[in-house]
Design a protein around this ligand. Structure first.
Ligand code: SIN
Ligand code: CO
Length: 384
């Protein structure tokens, strides 16, 4: 458990005054901070094929970047490099707990937890990100500077795979200590240089661009074999020029597209499936053999508790109280009766199911069947 102290702000005040607007230093946002992971454990994760990792180094002003997996770090020396490991929440439950305090922002907006280990002088250089991020300082200290968005800043590549930004004016200049948190909105230049061996945890967010949405929509139409309506023009008049695409025709094409996304039920179907899909691999292990619902029922009755798989994206949409709730879990959609909103919220809003929650699932066959299916996919697992 990591209780979050937002500089005396309520989460709503933070959202109103800072979220997507300006950076904020939250001094001792986590009091008496204890790192959930050690540098050695992080290095272990960086050795795994399915875990995305990279090392950025800066030696004598020469930048380099390598991608993992990494077995050996000895050639890197004691200074001037950073190891960054993506989606650590998928593989390390103790680290995943660091995302929970930020769940005053909906699940679908949260992306993953990136963890970095930096030696003295290490950092990725001054840069901009497209997404909001909370950067938590773990062990060690780091000199951070953060500025406001500035369209005059020029981006350049000191290495083909590193995008940095020209010198910027800062509005935050701080040496972060364990438990300090920086909130950085998209487009704010920032630069963090480690003063000694240090760990940083970045809770990153997801904000789809129109390109991502349309790609996701096209994939959904293809997967579901949906053609949709076709352009029709029974009122066609002789045009002045046969080469022209008329204003009216173009408006009609725009309307055709709009009709597709204007259908709330359909829009929720594709968006929920699309956005609930994890970008990085999950550590899901299907139980072998699969459980039968009655076995699960017995475990639940006996007082078992369940944890949700780290990084599993769980969302729902309820379009109209008369219709089924659409529950989305890692790209799959389940239709759940409207009377089961409490059940759905236990799955989407909580990271674990207590004994009491488990009794709730054991009390109804439909709930038990759903939970059995989810356990058999490796999405929830017994912890006791
Ligand atoms: C880090 O080096 O831990 C954070 C990188 C970033 O600024 O996004
Ligand atoms: Co950044």
């Amino acid at each position: 458990m990591y209780p979050l102290f937002l500089n005396e702000l309520t989460p709503q005040q933070f959202l109103t005054d800072y979220w997507q607007k300006k950076p904020l230093l939250i001094k001792a946002g986590f009091k008496n901070f204890i790192d959930p992971i050690s540098p050695d454990e992080l290095a272990g994760l960086a050795g795994e094929e399915e875990i995305e990792s990279r090392i950025v180094s800066n030696k004598d002003a020469v930048w380099d970047m390598e991608t993992g997996p990494f077995e050996d770090f000895s050639h890197l020396g004691e200074k001037g490099w950073t190891l960054l490991v993506q989606a650590v929440d998928h593989w390390h439950p103790q680290s995943a707990a660091l995302i929970e305090p930020f769940r005053f922002i909906p699940n679908w907006r949260i992306d993953d937890l990136m963890v970095s280990f930096s030696t003295a002088g290490g950092g990725v250089g001054p840069h901009l990100d497209q997404y909001d991020v909370f950067i938590i300082q773990g062990q060690g200290k780091r000199h951070w500077r953060v500025g406001m968005p500035d369209s005059s800043l020029k981006q350049h590549c000191p290495h083909p795979r590193l995008l940095q930004v020209s010198p910027f004016v800062d509005c935050i200049d701080v040496i972060t200590e364990p438990g300090d948190i920086l909130y950085i909105p998209p487009g704010c230049p920032h630069d963090g240089i480690s003063l000694d061996p240090s760990l940083n945890y970045s809770v990153g967010f997801r904000a789809p661009a129109q390109k991502d949405l349309l790609t996701g929509l096209a994939d959904h139409l293809i997967d579901q074999d949906i053609t949709g309506r076709r352009f029709t023009d029974p009122e066609r008049q002789i045009p002045e020029s046969v080469g022209a695409i008329s204003e009216q025709d173009l408006s009609q094409v725009q309307d055709l597209l709009r009709q597709l996304v204007d259908d709330k039920n359909f829009a929720a179907q594709w968006f929920g499936s699309y956005i609930s899909h994890a970008k990085h691999e999950l550590d899901a292990t299907e139980p072998d053999p699969h459980y039968e619902a009655n076995e699960i029922g017995e475990y639940l009755e006996e007082g078992s508790v369940l944890a949700k798989l780290g990084g599993l994206r769980t969302l729902y949409y309820q379009t109209n109280p008369a219709e089924d709730i659409q529950l989305f879990i890692n790209g799959d959609r389940f239709l759940v009766p409207v009377t089961e909103l409490e059940t759905v919220k236990k799955l989407t809003d909580q990271s674990s199911l207590s004994q009491e929650d488990c009794q709730h699932f054991a009390a109804d066959n439909g709930r038990l069947q759903l939970l059995t299916l989810l356990i058999n996919k490796g999405y929830w697992y017994f912890t006791e």
